[in-house]
Design a protein around this ligand. Structure first.
Ligand SMILES: *Cc1c(COP(=O)(O)O)cnc(C)c1O
Length: 395
């Protein structure tokens, strides 16, 4: 039987990557060079004028970076990719390229924190207006539209509540209104969700998470569906300078080779752990798109090719039990970030969101009992045992 993701298992290993033309090295070389020699004044002029393809200067383009960009663009089925120094560089570049002075943005309320802060604290200085709303409800998006709305930015599944937004419905609305639809696809990776195929215009990734997968590199990626949009984004990125470094790009390319394998294993672990947690006496609720009890299980089946490896759950003992539990884990690591081979656990109310008022936490869907788990590739039995002993100590 062919796996519906067979092409992606092949693409992660080969797409955009060719043996090096000089020595036939199988691994893409690291072109650790800031600048590239011209053969002549005439060739330099041709490169600058775009009459000839080639490399000039690494902020503008680099062969190692290009291999990573081509690989992810193929995985996301887009026209072209742009690798950036971090996920936030990808997001801020996209905002700057697509938002004009005094224009309006609609975005998911549970979006990655800095994606919101950069709009509210920085872009607001240029008159950019924004509404952060529950984008899982298309009617709420329609009600927030203004004549100057330029961008609809959605994160699905969103962080850390695992709420989904219907990408197809958003794409239809964006098309009708002439708005650009941007999807932050970090939580799913291109293996499980391809927003461009569902009608989105731009896809964002924090490469730091699943694509690199080893908790050792920070990076980002923008993939555009069409050439004109790609060129606009590229112009802004190379000018603003949020480009990735070639060594960093090479490390991510190395990580991407095992993306499909890692996603398969971690999501298999996540499905089993979700069922285990759902039946555990110390657990009040579990939020995972693969469970029939998830309110958007049907939507997840429609727009995702798998349910991923991010889940959250609530403890019967509330805040205190949450704090005790994360202090009691032995195999899971107590850390922010996600998408690595190692399982990472955190309790937002006592950690990342400890400085935020209870009302604000509640408004963002972060209850005091919520534990977030990024399931890694360890053995399932070991993960279950670790969570079980930690839950029993948190009573
Ligand atoms: C981590 C993350 C980002 C930001 O990426 P960095 O690489 O940390 O800059 C953006 N969106 C989501 C969903 C993330 O998880």
């Amino acid at each position: 039987m062919t796996n519906k993701n067979d092409d992606l298992f092949t693409a992660v290993i080969h797409a955009g990557q060719h043996p090096d033309p000089l020595f036939r090295g199988v691994s893409v070389p690291i072109y650790q060079s800031s600048t590239f020699a011209f053969e002549s004044a005439e060739q330099g002029a041709a490169l600058f004028q775009g009459r000839e393809e080639g490399y000039i200067y690494t902020r503008i383009g680099n062969p190692t970076t290009k291999a990573l960009e081509d690989c992810v663009a193929i995985l996301e089925k887009g026209y072209g990719g742009l690798a950036t120094a971090s996920g936030m560089a990808a997001i801020s570049t996209t905002y700057l390229a697509l938002l004009d002075r005094d224009s309006h943005l609609i975005s998911t309320d549970a979006v990655y924190g800095p994606s919101r802060t950069v709009v509210e604290n920085e872009l607001s200085r240029f008159g950019v207006q924004a509404d952060f709303i529950d984008t899982s409800d298309i009617e709420k998006i329609k009600k927030s539209l203004r004549p100057n709305t330029r961008v609809l930015f959605v994160e699905t599944p969103a962080n850390p509540t695992i709420v989904l937004t219907d990408i197809r419905a958003c794409a239809a609305l964006a098309k009708e209104k002439g708005i650009t639809l941007v999807v932050d696809n970090t939580f799913s990776s291109p293996i499980l969700q391809n927003p461009l195929e569902l009608g989105a215009d731009v896809v964002i990734h924090s490469l730091t998470k699943f694509l690199n997968g080893h908790s050792d590199v920070v990076g980002g990626m923008i993939v555009a569906r069409e050439e004109s949009l790609f060129k606009r984004l590229r112009k802004v990125l190379t000018l603003m300078g949020g480009t990735i470094d070639p060594h960093q790009a090479w490390l991510v390319l190395r990580g991407v080779k095992t993306l499909a394998l890692r996603v398969e294993k971690s999501q298999d672990n996540a499905m089993k752990l979700a069922r285990f947690l759902e039946a555990h006496p110390e657990v009040r609720w579990v939020n995972y798109p693969g469970l029939e009890s998830h309110p958007q299980h049907a939507l997840a089946k429609l727009q995702m090719k798998g349910f991923g490896s991010m889940l959250c759950f609530g403890l019967k003992g509330g805040f205190e039990a949450g704090r005790k539990m994360i202090n009691a884990v032995k195999l899971c690591t107590l850390a922010v970030s996600l998408g690595g081979v190692e399982s990472l656990i955190q309790h937002p109310a006592s950690m990342t969101h400890a400085g935020v008022s209870e009302e604000e936490r509640e408004a963002a869907g972060i209850s005091d009992d919520l534990i977030r788990l990024s399931v890694g590739c360890e053995g399932y039995g070991d993960l279950r045992e670790d969570l079980d002993q930690a839950l029993n100590q948190a009573k």
